[in-house]
Write a protein that binds this ligand. Structure first.
Ligand code: G6P
Length: 431
């Protein structure tokens, strides 16, 4: 609650993210169905309950016609969501191009695509222009729905220009910006042609948040080394104006997972899975099919394990849930083919008439099915090459009821040990 002109008003939170928590699928001219979106950002933010929140973002679909837009806006309003309609070309340049082909790999230390190294290349410039244009489109929707006293919380690498657009329009708006990916070392950020514009735009926010102290430290050092500004223990100072910078590691709503395990339908599913995999140890990977998740590396390591330990060949199974993502980006298409090829080869090599060692699914599971799979898993494998904050590790731990499964985390898959401890404490698991 906040007081405005002496009157207490309930403070609203406007969450602005590229993707809404639901993605729309068109079923008819004016009929839409809504499905939960994949990814850590959505999982984490669904746990925010203290505020009266509205979510502003893209519904993941191109809606060129007015009737369709109207119908979708109405369907989304029931979920407290407000759509930003992006045309196909903007999505191509801003989302597939600048966000997912440039910023995402760079922030995960995979470098810039070869053809984008020169700031002068046409593709880079048009993608960056589309990025700014898209951020302005998000700002227009926020400005339209903003009410005095609202707090605007901008999310992720898609919307680094948004704090600037919002503050240019209304200096009194309270604006936060949170990054769900790593923020790389300033030496990496330096290689980005638009490095200064992005940093300056983010600094318009009042508060800038990261998952870890290291990401926050990298951001502050990028501002001091690239922009020549002053870093203070609270954040970054520019001509007497302070932008606060801090670490706020996200977690999960572990109670939601613990409660799900008690649902009869989940119990039933657990029983079926136990029968299905009786006599075998179950290893599990749950990832978006993204190059940062180390999926080929995980599967190749599993192959090496089978090669070196033939005793285990018919006693272990790897379930890999690989949720398709950013399927219009060529790098992701190549990765999908690569994973399919490796899985096919390994199953051909070690499979028998009775079964195969790898069960690979190119889709997500619904929440209850996922909880059941976590509950029967003996070993969860989180093998990210880099990750902003990996939530699968928390979800798996939350679903260890009486059984104590093993969680194997690669060194680079950030999972906050303090949060893992809180999840374990909730479950009274000691180690
Ligand atoms: C990561 C990003 C999110 C993104 C999610 C799914 O978690 O940090 O911003 O929403 O991946 O990716 P997508 O491109 O499908 O939104």
């Amino acid at each position: 609650w906040e007081r405005i002109d002496g009157k207490p008003i309930r403070q609203r939170l406007l969450v602005v993210a590229n993707r809404l928590p639901v993605s729309a699928v068109r079923r008819g001219e004016e009929t839409w169905s809504l499905e939960i979106s994949a990814g850590g950002l959505v999982s984490a933010l669904l746990g925010v309950k203290e505020f009266e929140a509205r979510w502003i973002g893209w519904a993941g679909v191109n809606v060129p016609d007015e009737a369709g837009q109207k119908a979708l806006t109405k369907a989304l309003a029931e979920k407290r969501c407000i759509p930003v309609f992006l045309d196909e070309e903007t999505v191509h340049q801003y989302y597939n191009g600048y966000c997912n082909n440039i910023l995402w790999p760079l922030f995960h230390y995979l470098g810039l695509p070869q053809e984008d190294r020169l700031a002068t290349t046409r593709s880079f410039q048009s993608q960056f222009a589309a990025y700014k244009k898209a951020n302005k489109m998000f700002a227009d929707v926020v400005n339209k729905h903003y009410e005095e006293g609202d707090v605007v919380w901008c999310h992720d690498y898609h919307l680094m220009f948004l704090p600037k657009c919002l503050k240019d329009h209304n200096r009194n708006m309270k604006v936060g910006w949170f990054l769900h990916t790593p923020f790389p070392s300033s030496e990496i950020h330096r290689t980005l042609p638009s490095r200064t514009d992005l940093l300056r735009a983010v600094l318009h926010a009042d508060l800038v948040g990261f998952h870890t102290y290291d990401y926050a430290r990298h951001f502050v050092s990028a501002c001091t080394r690239i922009l020549g500004l002053e870093g203070t223990p609270e954040g970054v100072e520019d001509q007497g104006r302070l932008t606060r910078v801090a670490a706020f590691p996200i977690g999960i709503d572990s109670e939601r997972f613990i409660r799900a395990l008690e649902v009869p339908q989940v119990q039933e599913h657990i029983k079926e899975l136990k029968e299905r995999f009786a006599g075998k140890k179950v290893m599990l990977g749950v990832d978006r099919l993204d190059m940062i998740k180390g999926i080929p590396q995980k599967i190749l390591a599993f192959e090496k394990f089978l090669e070196e330990n033939s005793y285990w060949c018919d006693k272990v199974v790897l379930l890999q849930i690989a949720v398709p993502t950013r399927t219009d980006v060529p790098e992701y298409q190549k990765l999908t083919s690569q994973v399919h090829e490796i899985v096919g080869r390994i199953n051909g090599k070690f499979g028998t008439l009775i079964g195969v060692p790898i069960h690979h699914l190119d889709r997500s599971l619904d929440f209850h099915a996922l909880c059941a799979v976590y509950a029967v898993t003996d070993v969860a494998l989180v093998t990210s090459l880099r990750d902003g904050m990996n939530l699968v590790s928390y979800e798996f731990v939350a679903c260890q009821d009486s059984k104590k499964g093993v969680l194997i985390l690669s060194e680079a898959s950030t999972a906050n040990s303090l949060i893992l401890k809180v999840v374990c404490d909730d479950l009274a698991i000691e180690k």
